[in-house]
Design a protein around this ligand. Structure first.
Ligand code: PMM
Length: 274
């Protein structure tokens, strides 16, 4: 899954694709690089970010969703708003990617249930403005699995069958450095929840810390993209169905190389089977 952020303030690529034509061109490049899904978002979720008005969000994402879907891409929309989700599905999106797992907007799950779209349910404990206030865990894996299980139940109660759900541990969302690594180590425990799990580590701060980089700004994207390729391969090996990345080429190459090590027919075939 390639990231197409149409925002002026996303933490690692903010501001570069706020104009629709540039975002569309970027999405097409990611697709040519090998992305099988393009995730279009108009609201930054970086730590400290303020919420965006849904009308502004829709102005940003809808032309991009429409153009990429018309070009034949499988498009997901990264939104926490029911109205944006429904409008994006009408514009051609096949997946609604809600990092809040339906918690931010109480209308979203029912709205998605009324469409044919699939849904990504992310693990989330509160808005980006103060997300680290919630980063208190006794056992990160057990708590993330239990809290995501409740989102899966809520989505099912709203009328979405598990076959249309994708779970995401929400790496970086209300989790500090080591808590993210603990959740990633526990990934196999998430896989039993719903058949498909998506993992997004791309360029996140905990990778910078692992590399010994200062927290911000992200000044060496190539190093973060290499670290992302490593965690993405490990996530795929642990059973993830898809990985969400800003730069497709390094992760695609790493997955190809790892596939040779594993041999045909192992985890790579599982990553995109529905
Ligand atoms: N991370 C970001 C945004 N959307 N969606 C999913 N499903 N999983 C993630 O980990 C995730 C996401 C973080 O912001 P970015 O777009 O700048 O990477």
């Amino acid at each position: 899954m390639g990231v197409v952020n149409v925002t002026p303030d996303s933490f690692s690529d903010g501001g570069r694709f706020v104009d629709a034509d540039a975002a569309i061109a970027h999405g097409l490049r990611l697709r040519a690089d090998g992305a099988e899904i393009l995730d279009v978002g108009g609201e930054s979720t970086r730590p400290g970010a303020e919420r965006v008005d849904p009308a502004v969000e829709q102005e940003r994402v809808l032309p991009v969703v429409r153009a990429l879907a018309e070009a034949g891409a499988e498009v997901s929309v990264d939104t926490m708003n029911a109205t944006t989700a429904v409008a994006a599905v009408a514009a051609g999106a096949l997946i609604v990617n809600d990092v809040s797992g339906g918690l931010a907007d109480p209308e979203l799950l029912a709205a998605v249930a009324a469409t044919d779209a699939e849904i990504v349910l992310g693990h989330w404990r509160g808005p980006s403005a103060d997300m680290y206030a919630q980063a208190q865990y006794d056992d990160p894996v057990r708590e993330v699995v239990a809290e995501l299980a409740r989102r899966v139940e809520a989505a099912a109660a709203a009328g979405i069958p598990p076959s249309r759900m994708i779970a995401d541990p929400g790496i970086g969302f209300g989790k500090r450095g080591e808590q993210n690594w603990a959740v990633l180590r526990g990934l196999p425990r998430l896989i039993g929840l719903v058949p498909r799990v998506l993992v997004g580590t791309s360029r996140k701060g905990f990778l910078g810390s692992a590399l010994g980089e200062p927290d911000a700004p992200v000044d060496d994207l190539a190093r973060r993209d290499l670290a992302t390729a490593v965690t993405s391969v490990l996530a795929a090996q642990a059973g993830a169905w898809a990985v969400r990345v800003h730069e497709v080429t390094p992760t695609r190459d790493a997955l190809r190389v790892a596939q040779h090590w594993e041999g045909e027919g192992r985890w790579m075939s599982r990553t995109r089977s529905r």
